[in-house]
Design a protein around this ligand. Structure first.
Ligand SMILES: C[S@@+](CC[C@H](N)C(=O)[O-])C[C@H]1O[C@@H](n2cnc3c(N)ncnc32)[C@H](O)[C@@H]1O
Length: 274
């Protein structure tokens, strides 16, 4: 294991102080501490950019960042399913299986699960896909997906990099990104790269958390109080079209409970236009 390129103790000290300023309702002090976190660790393992943006005191980042996502999900892997599924009612993977059946798509040849996590999508689609691939940034999540036995091949990596660089040329019939877009702000790279990897009439399925404020944020998305990206419906629709995909379904869903309230989102099925 390589040693971190920053002072972990110093980062932890400033991180704890940022959290206590937030808790005590001192946003300016919290913001100063989050900026100090970034000075110590520019790769941003603690998600300081998201925190600053959520406080309204920093720009909206283009993504949550690989260091933050990897750290977060490596830490959460063991309790992920217990918390998300059993406590917070997350059921996007089974909704994906349902909506594909409703649209008349029962079986698939080759499928790719982007941000596959512990493998819930693979399990939900088990028996319906000839060859199932999964990729995720978090090695600890991938280890649990491996144990699910629902994937033929699993990879540790970033979703867009994987789509751009995967050396096997065979196209996919189905590409899924379940609860991954909340960690990607800008959807352009993912949608464009996914569309290129789909075969004729291939399907792209994704869930979003929906921006519920007034109008549309300037970027098309914003960082919510939950430190995830919330996308405006119109922005997502524009990005789908720009990638050469046609939306077959754009269904409002409740993604999970968040602080005792339902988190609104959309479940999207789009087909590659020939
Ligand atoms: C909330 S979990 C959802 C996991 C799974 N798709 C499911 O529905 O249960 C989000 C997953 O996406 C992964 N992830 C987030 N951003 C990613 C990216 N840019 N590239 C690859 N994986 C990513 C995380 O590591 C995490 O495992």
């Amino acid at each position: 294991m390589t040693a971190p390129s920053f002072d972990e103790d110093a980062l932890d000290f400033v991180y704890q102080s940022a959290l206590s300023h937030e808790k005590a309702g001192r946003p300016q002090d919290a913001a100063a501490a989050w900026r100090e976190c970034l000075a110590i660790d520019p790769d941003d393992h603690v998600g300081a950019r998201l925190r600053l943006s959520a406080l309204g005191l920093g720009e909206v980042p283009a993504s949550a960042g690989e260091a933050y996502v990897t750290t977060l999900f490596d830490q959460q892997a063991e309790m992920f399913e217990d918390i998300l599924v059993r406590q917070l009612g997350y059921d996007v993977p089974s909704r994906i299986a349902d909506i594909l059946s409703r649209l008349g798509h029962g079986l698939f040849g080759r499928a790719l699960d982007l941000g596959c996590g512990t493998g819930l999508v693979g399990v939900a689609l088990d028996g319906r896909v000839d060859e199932m691939l999964g990729v995720d940034l978090s090695e600890n999540m991938i280890e649990i997906a491996f144990d699910s036995e629902a994937y033929d091949h699993l990879y540790i990596g970033e979703a867009v990099d994987f789509l751009d660089e995967f050396e096997e040329p065979e196209p996919f019939d189905l590409i899924v990104a379940a609860d991954v877009l909340p960690y990607l702000g800008s959807l352009t790279p993912l949608f464009q790269a996914a569309a290129k990897r789909l075969g004729p009439d291939g399907l792209f399925v994704a869930s979003t958390e929906t921006f519920a404020g007034e109008g549309e944020p300037e970027a098309g998305f914003a960082v919510g109080r939950d430190h995830r990206f919330h996308h405006a419906e119109r922005y997502v629709r524009r990005e789908i079209e720009a990638a050469g995909l046609a939306a077959l379904a754009f269904e409002p869903i409740i993604v999970r409970m968040q602080e005792g309230r339902p988190a609104p989102g959309h479940l999207i099925v789009a087909r590659k236009m020939s």
